[in-house]
Design a protein. Structure first.
Ligand SMILES: NC(=O)c1ccc[n+]([C@@H]2O[C@H](COP(=O)([O-])OP(=O)(O)OC[C@H]3O[C@@H](n4cnc5c(N)ncnc54)[C@H](O)[C@@H]3O)[C@@H](O)[C@H]2O)c1
Length: 452
């Protein structure tokens, strides 16, 4: 028994260490599914919960709906007696450890929408019992674990909550996910994991869980430190991307190649980290998470000027790119209205099929609004579906010589490595490149290449 732990905590700790503690992963998306796999590989028994029956059915059929992670990840789970997927939230009481990986989007007015966390918390509360540890992984503003998640669990537990004290009978922690879909150099098990509990015992218990599936676990002094560190990481990216996007606009106007400038500055061995410009921010995290802090800061009478300025610059990028496109078309004797434009890449970044918050949608909408006829090609996204903001009802067109040549302009929004850029260089009338994908064909393209 660890000295400062009571009987309930030390029993849970030894169950975790012996891989007897059952772990519920709630939300089997980009974060939850690889996490379930990593902890399962570490020997823990897992129950995966999702409200989406189609995801559970896909796992049972051995098909990974997250294509970039491959089918083997789900067949390993499906074929194991230590994994089960379910939509029956009444079974949460079976779990000793519950890890919440549900979405945290923004509402209509850019306010945090933590309703998914609260719904899960209520479901947990209904079957709450002594000896359960709840860990929140969803990105959110500081104090959510302590002030929102735990009280919602306790409120739903009703009278049972009277005999369940946080830190003695039930435990809570925050551990941010640092998933970067498509990155080959790291995986869930090799990315260091921050863990901050509502108290020292909770931190220790949560760290013990992650040590089963993650090589490096970094305990911090509180849930608030872990929540804030995650936001700092994402705000850091958002602000630096905005900075380089601002540089791009200025350098473009001066006829200076921003990509070469970033690469040149990147040779400095200290004090500089390269960030690259693009057509705008995409993905579930960087365009959204910083505004969780903006909202919370107001409660404390502060404004977050860096975050808002970065947001302003980054969200103006699709408009900037289309202005450059219009100029280039004009130089080729074509108005935007009536032009045929092919947007190349719908996913928000290369070599993944994730289109959440992708700037490509914005680019397509703006082009259409200006009267262009727009299509897209993405080898990983065969068709669009209705999202929170956009419902384009489009399908990916072919990518062959005749199709490429039939467009007045091809606008590269995402630089998937599967795309044949040599074919594009040969047949395109005009290429607008927001990703520096055509560097190798610069000479061949000549005035047909415009970086934006
Ligand atoms: N995707 C990333 O790269 C990434 C990286 C770091 C942090 N995050 C954070 O992790 C969290 C989850 O993101 P994601 O990318 O995995 O989202 P996702 O949309 O891929 O997955 C969320 C899953 O939760 C399910 N779900 C929704 N409501 C539920 C509920 N009440 N109960 C159970 N399941 C529910 C959905 O069906 C979906 O399968 C977010 O807070 C996000 O900001 C994501």
């Amino acid at each position: 028994m660890v000295e400062h732990m009571n009987g309930v905590a030390s029993e849970l700790l030894s169950r975790i260490e012996r891989c007897e503690a059952k772990v519920a992963v709630v939300g089997l998306g980009y974060v939850g599914l690889p996490l379930a796999h990593a902890l399962h590989q570490g020997g823990l028994p897992i129950i995966g919960f999702d409200i989406d029956q189609a995801k559970i059915d896909a796992i049972n059929a051995g098909r990974n709906y997250l294509v970039h992670l491959g089918n083997e990840l789900v067949t390993t789970l499906r074929d194991s007696r230590r994994f089960e997927g379910t939509t029956d939230f009444g079974r949460l009481g079976e779990a000793d450890v519950i890890i919440i990986c549900v979405p945290t989007p923004l509402g209509k007015h850019w306010e945090p929408d933590i309703s998914y966390i609260l719904n899960t918390a209520q479901a947990i509360g209904r079957t709450l019992r002594a000896g359960q540890l709840v860990i929140l992984e969803s990105t959110t503003y500081p104090r959510t674990t302590r002030d929102d998640m735990m009280p919602a669990i306790m409120a739903a537990a009703g009278d049972r909550a009277k005999s369940l004290k946080v830190g003695s009978e039930v435990f809570g922690a925050f551990s941010p996910e640092r998933e970067d879909p498509g990155r080959k150099s790291h995986s869930t098990s090799t990315i260091p994991k921050l863990v901050g509990g509502l108290d020292a015992t909770s931190t220790e218990l949560a760290a013990a869980v992650y040590r089963k599936g993650v090589t490096t676990v970094v305990p911090v002094s509180s849930a608030e430190i872990a929540e804030s560190a995650k936001l700092l990481e994402n705000i850091f990216r958002s602000v630096n991307i905005a900075l380089v996007n601002e540089m791009k606009v200025v350098l473009d106007a001066m006829g200076i190649d921003v990509w070469e400038v970033v690469r040149a500055a990147g040779t400095k061995p200290f004090g500089f980290m390269p960030f690259y410009p693009g057509p705008g921010l995409g993905g579930h995290c960087i365009p959204i998470d910083p505004f969780y802090l903006t909202w919370k800061a107001r409660e404390y009478g502060h404004s977050t000027r860096f975050i808002e300025l970065a947001g302003e610059i980054n969200t103006s990028m699709p408009h900037y790119v289309i202005d450059r496109t219009a100029e280039a078309l004009n130089d080729h004797g074509k108005p935007v209205k009536g032009s045929r434009i092919l947007v190349l890449g719908l996913a928000y970044k290369a070599d993944i099929d994730d289109v959440r918050e992708s700037p490509s949608f914005e680019l397509i909408e703006i082009c259409k609004h200006r009267g262009a006829q727009v299509d897209y090609h993405d080898p990983l996204v065969p068709a669009t579906w209705a999202g929170r903001k956009h419902d384009l009802k489009m399908s990916s067109v072919a990518f062959d010589a005749a199709t490429i040549a039939s467009y007045d302009c091809v606008l590269i929004s995402t630089a998937h490595s599967k795309v044949d850029y040599a074919l594009l260089a040969k047949h395109a009338k005009l290429v607008i490149d927001t990703r520096d994908a055509m560097r190798a064909f610069e000479k061949e393209l000549g005035a047909r290449l415009v970086r934006a």
